[in-house]
Design a protein around this ligand. Sequence first.
Ligand code: MIC
Ligand code: SF4
Length: 642
Amino acid sequence: MGLTIAQKIIQAHMLSGEMTVGSEVALKIDQTLTQDATGTMAYLEFETMGLDRVKTERSVAYIDHNTLQSGFENADDHRYIQSVAKKHGIWFSRPGNGICHQVHLERFGKPGKTLIGSDSHTPTGGGIGMLAMGAGGLDVAVAMGGGAYYITYPKMYKVNLTGRLQPFVTAKDISLEILRILSVKGGVGAIIEWGGEGIASLSVPERATITNMGTELGATTSIFPSDAVTKAFLEAEGRGEDYVELSSDPDAVYDRVIDIDLSQLKPLIACPHSPDQVVTVESLKGTKVDQVCIGSCTNSSLLDMLKVAALLKGKTISPSVSLSISPGSKQVLTMLADCGALSDILSSGARVLECACGPCIGMGFSPNSGGVSLRTFNRNFIGRSGTADAKVYLVSPETAVAAALTGEITDPRLLGEAPEVAMPASFKIDDSAVIPPASAEEAAGLEVLRGPNIKPFPEAVPQEDTLCAEISLKVGDNITTDHIMPAGAKILPYRSNIPHLSQFCFAVCDETFPERAKKLGKSVIVGGSNYGQGSSREHAALVPMYLGVRAVIAKSFARIHIANLINAGILPLTFENPEDYEKLNRGDQLVLSDLFAGMDRGTVLLQDQTTGEQIPLCCSFTERQKAILKAGGLLQYTKEGK
Ligand code: MIC
Ligand code: SF4
């Protein structure tokens, strides 16, 4: 039987396990990336494990999320990351050099390699044929130390593209179309391979937009073949030697095949507050818009920005709209400046922000109260923009410009001629903002610089055989990590300070949660399906762990979050009968006895002492996961030398 692209890369990197859907496989990881909001914790964990030099082919630490430096906290964390990177063999991308995924694609990614990153949009690398996955910081720390990364062997989906995009219909619209078809949980447990004759007309930045947003499907990752388009991109980046050809076998077998005819697609828009609430742009025409943001790791490539500049050239944005543009990298910004496109952007009345995540993670540029914001980003979860009652829509750069010019949601096809923008034959290469690590000899004498914002890692609590605890919170379906542990300008500076962060846990759902959970000392959370979707932030597990949460019972979990819960020593349990969700209420006293035997059986009976209900729960884990849970988390497990 032939293999898919992902299966070929998995096979070449498999350290243990079986290539059958649902079994756990251990992978050798070639490259890692971290960003600052998750990186501080990942490097603290790396240090705690007593590891010396990274064992990967390439590990890069980016600073891109929190670049406001509104107090000493960020500056201290950046300095810590820079010094720890230098000492341990990690390349350091300075603040201003760009968004991790954009820079990694430009400068470091290689087809056929494995990459894990402490950021859920790491699958962007799939745009050049990498097997690139988001992971919790602790998993990245282990991989940096040469340890395996474990995934549940996924199903293989194929999206077959035929035809060609019409003018003003873009890669972003393809991403929104697949979200419309599959929903935010439709990709869970699957790797999505993009193929068909239609991919030949998609450039690497367009492919990367699609693999980037595959994260919103809950997929393990998304991947394109490595072909002539990939080769041209790598050559333009001066990295032709990194090219290898990669394609699936003609007789590869897929669990699901989805066909999309590109010529039939229209400009699409995701409505508040979920990326899968997709309708056509024309169906919302005339909706008043207050703010437009162009950028983020989804749509900040040079090609995106050149199109935006061409559409804005000689025009002035609507007086009622505030427009921000964040180029994805220093390479993009300098090339825009050199060719004059930056002037076209500035003359239109746009505000040019730093090459960083910025508004995407609520780091400034929050909309006005109740404001309508059109963003080229990948997520529009409630409150993520920093304004609780804002209505955030997700669109392509072309649709974003149309709204910025007219002040209302407008089909971009009404803008006239679509700009013709070609990929440059060569990109401007300047890696001066990437600082190489010290040599092993030099590193020995180097000091790691820590600031007072770095607080000790919360104590591990080994799992008990009998758990008696109250339900401290009950939430619904599709709870995101932005609900569990919000980010934004006020909170992000404290990512290395779990006690401080804990005050904001679940603030979007219930502000009284942290106080109540702390008072209980030990508690359980009940959730619906796809619990923990979205970001890779392990803080969404570490903070509940700090607040005494010992188990989460849900209808189903998102991939990265369930791994983070296990890594934090929190027991993730699923309802055997999803309708039993209705039987549990906040305040109920629960007893879970004989847990260890239950873990071996794969099922445990929950006794609700308040209602008298008995509810069967699924608790099937691999031997490794059981040992991690019993030890009280991955850090403890690794320290015990397992
Ligand atoms: C996000 O887009 O939500 C983030 C911020 O990039 C996160 C990482 C984080 O919370 O630090 C992600 O996607 O993993
Ligand atoms: Fe940054 Fe937004 Fe991309 Fe997350 S989704 S890495 S916050 S740009």
